[in-house]
Design a protein around this ligand. Sequence first.
Ligand SMILES: NC(=O)c1ccc[n+]([C@@H]2O[C@H](COP(=O)([O-])OP(=O)(O)OC[C@H]3O[C@@H](n4cnc5c(N)ncnc54)[C@H](OP(=O)(O)O)[C@@H]3O)[C@@H](O)[C@H]2O)c1
Length: 266
Amino acid sequence: MDRHALLRLNPTRHCRRPTMTLTGKTALVTGGNRGIGLATVRALALAGAAVHFTSRSAAGIAAAQRALGDIPATGHLVNMTDRLAMTTLFDQPFDILVNNAAIIGPIGRILDVSVEDWALNIDTNLTAAFHATQLALGQMVARGGGTIINISSGAAHRPQEGWSAYCAGKAGLAMLTRAVHMEYGDQGIRIFGFAPGVVDTDMQGTIRASGINPVSQLPRESLAPADHPARAIAWLCTPAADALAGQELDIRAPDLRAAADLPPLA
Ligand SMILES: NC(=O)c1ccc[n+]([C@@H]2O[C@H](COP(=O)([O-])OP(=O)(O)OC[C@H]3O[C@@H](n4cnc5c(N)ncnc54)[C@H](OP(=O)(O)O)[C@@H]3O)[C@@H](O)[C@H]2O)c1
């Protein structure tokens, strides 16, 4: 992260809580029915945004609504790989898009996975995120700006045994972040890649069960709660994060944690 840019924009960050007002903004979180997505729906709604989320099952929408209680959010039954359903979803404009939906599999060394499963990962984690970005961008540019957050991963930059599809997809997503910034950053589009750390979600349960690489050996107790990345994502949606647009950010960066009012790492 560009530390100096952050300090220039937010010099009093140690003395006050960050501005978290997203009132008047409309947000879409993909895969918002559980995990980091659901925590992000909650954080954005608590910051005042009108939040929409996708789930690929009605049961997922119902479970999310139960978990949210009286926090308002609108669920949409959409599989991210369904191009027509995606286009319909964007009949309404969004000020904020969080490309969160993703799958970890296929987990296996390259000779042990099928090309079909590999392609499904890329379709879900990269092509669907491109499609959502493309659909949102048209509206955002026409309206003078918007914020897109691509949920990245350390796997975008470091290979992990058994995760060739996931690593390749997240690396592609990181490049998409840079491409959007290059092409539309001067038209009011604030795009961020954001690695959420190792977070206690179902995805990490799948990873632990695989036993295939060092990430699978991490004890569950060492994982971060989903509300930590969610709070940082909500902060990125505010003007306080303007100077970081176009970058790949990591929740483990001390400056970012302080700016987003997260506790320092032990
Ligand atoms: N957890 C971590 O430690 C970690 C670390 C680095 C990056 N990340 C990233 O953080 C994001 C959220 O991960 P998570 O841990 O919260 O994962 P998760 O608990 O497995 O949740 C994934 C979400 O994506 C949705 N999804 C998957 N494929 C979809 C599709 N085709 N259409 C619509 N929705 C789909 C899932 O819907 P269903 O409920 O229908 O399956 C679910 O809502 C992902 O981008 C992940 O790569 C996570």
